[in-house]
Design a protein around this ligand. Sequence first.
Ligand code: GDP
Length: 461
Amino acid sequence: MNQDTIFAPATPPGKSAIAVIRISGNDAFIVMTRIFRPLRKKTDLLKSASHQVHLGSLYHGEVLIDKVLVSLFKAPHSYTGENIAEISVHGSMFIVQKVLELLSSEGLRMARPGEFTLRAFLNGKFDLSQAEAVADLIASNSDASHALALTQMRGGFSSRLKELRQKLVDFASLIELELDFSEEDVEFANRKQLNELLETIKSEVNKLASSFARGNVLKHGIPVAIIGKPNVGKSTLLNAILNEEKALVSEVAGTTRDAVEDVMVIGGIAFRFIDTAGLRSTRDFVENLGIGKTYEKMNQAQVILYVVDISTTSAEEIKQELQDFAEHIEHGKKRFIIIANKTDLLFETPHNFAELVEMETIFISARRNENIQLITESLLKSADVEKYDDNATVSNARHYEALTAIITSIENIEHGFLAGLPSDLISTDLHLALHHLGTITGEVSTEELLDNVFSKFCIGK
Ligand code: GDP
């Protein structure tokens, strides 16, 4: 299917100690024999063992490009399952460009995004959910997202799906058995047994599907909104929080271009301060944000930091504002924390504030950097850290959608049973459930599905 040999830079553009260009396909080694002169004259690349590194010089015709290292991985013992050669050159964009031109002139083709991983998938190196985990792993920016991606890549999730598929297949064979005997009007399979099996399957799928809310948050970070009136100190607070934790992660260019967000990792969990652009730009813009925008922001968040200037705002006023908010926030598991800022302008903290406001309140001075750590500690409480290390956390929206479709099919089967539908109708829903399960692992795949998944990868992966 993939007869052509492809190449791509495997390292990002820019100056670096080393840059790697990767070549995969039937001709990978043959091309190397034409453009690479090993230091040890006796070396024969075509006869070299797999997983060997060779030192030598790379030439375009008679023009020396660089002194390089070439690593060889022989099919099928490589990432893609094909012959792979990786050329490590000095990390100059000019040299990389020269190598790419050279490989192109040798008749090889530049790889599309994710094409190496696509080939690995097509060659059975791993299933689709594992391939997707490779992209997640590269994008991971916290202990939690890293652990999730690793588990999925190593097949933890896949083996859960395999068990599930087996149960569905068992169920199918019980139903088919009944189908075969329907002529004689025998209800062969015991409906009670079938129902029990279906219950187990359903609760398993439900468990996976319901883990998505959490998995999604662990993968992308917990969304936090900082809101409040102009001049209460929101941007000062944001800067203070981000400075508190040195492990500031800037979003990798190209992954989430549209969302300019500040991400901070506390205790291995990423927190994503949503829509901070307004806090960073000019006064006018902040003033123009408007109340509608604020509600929108609150509804995107899981944790809301509501900043007030405690030196000019009374507990009664805060209480009134909270009531206004309450009408506009969707109900759910949001945390709302009042940040009473500018305590440095107070002689004493207002007494009976807690009784009046009845909501978690943290008194700080953003300008003086006082009590900022109380906020970060409180944020970590939102994360529920312990539970993410099992194999059953779904963090991929595509998988979640498939699981939801499976649940629908199972519910249809249940209804079918209750309505006394004939087994062949029930078996249609069953095959639908198996189909959706297959799209997660890629057992069932279309070109469109694969394009969709792999186009999100970077070039060279
Ligand atoms: P924003 O409009 O809510 O983003 O408010 P800013 O962060 O821009 O702050 C508005 C003004 O309040 C600035 O002059 C800040 O220096 C000041 N400010 C912020 N935090 C504090 C604080 O804790 N104490 C005092 N005294 N002033 C503060």
